[in-house]
Design a protein around this ligand. Structure first.
Ligand code: GLN
Length: 196
């Protein structure tokens, strides 16, 4: 059985847990380094970084000493899905950060926080992805403004990049878990099975 670690410091954790469990995965909530790895090695086969407030999650990651172990696990090839604030945490460069805000810098993209303005602040949308159509929710979403050479675009909204993948790291500006859209989590689980 695949165990997915869901970062549970702040934000929309429950919806990811429910969706992952409905797809047959086991879930583990991540708050401190020992949730990620124990004396016998890694405790999770894949990772989810949920939405929420990226600057708060960043602060808590550093407070709980989880920032470096988490970045190492992702750099080491653990399949990872970041949604909304999770994408911001993964990104190498963040535009319009909160004061002092840092990111993990593991995904070679630039993101702009709160990129869609008040009118498009929150809405559901249908997107085309390489795995088929996806119905998702946007809530104060970032956009990807620059992508590095190894990064594939997975989805656009009004021509702007809102989903990317680099090796086993997927970052999306939206929330598939709020509309019960299983496509991205299903892919995460198959990547985890393939890399075991
Ligand atoms: N705007 C939030 C941030 O900058 C992200 C919003 C979300 O995760 N739904 O962290």
């Amino acid at each position: 059985m695949t165990t997915v670690g869901v970062l549970a410091l702040q934000g929309g954790v429950r919806e990811h847990v429910r969706l992952l469990q409905s797809l047959g995965a086991r879930t583990a909530l991540l708050r401190v380094p020992s949730d990620l790895a124990g004396p016998d090695g890694p405790r999770v086969d894949a990772l989810v970084l949920p939405g929420g407030e990226s600057s708060t999650i960043d602060r808590l990651l550093r407070l709980f000493g989880l920032r470096e172990p988490l970045a190492d696990a992702i750099r080491g090839g653990t399949p990872t899905l970041g949604t909304c604030a999770g994408l911001i945490l993964l990104a190498r460069r963040v535009l319009d950060p909160a004061p002092g805000q840092q990111s993990l810098g593991v995904l070679d993209v630039t993101v702009r926080r709160n990129a869609f303005g008040p009118q498009l602040d929150s809405m559901e949308a249908d997107l085309d992805t390489p795995d088929g159509p996806a119905r998702v929710a946007f809530i104060r979403a970032p956009e990807v403004t620059e992508i590095g050479p190894g990064v594939e675009v997975l989805a656009r909204r009004e021509g702007r990049v809102v989903g990317v993948r680099q090796a086993r790291i997927t970052g999306v500006a939206f929330h598939p878990e709020l509309t019960d859209e299983p496509l991205f989590h299903r892919r995460l689980l198959s990547e985890a099975r393939a890399s075991r």
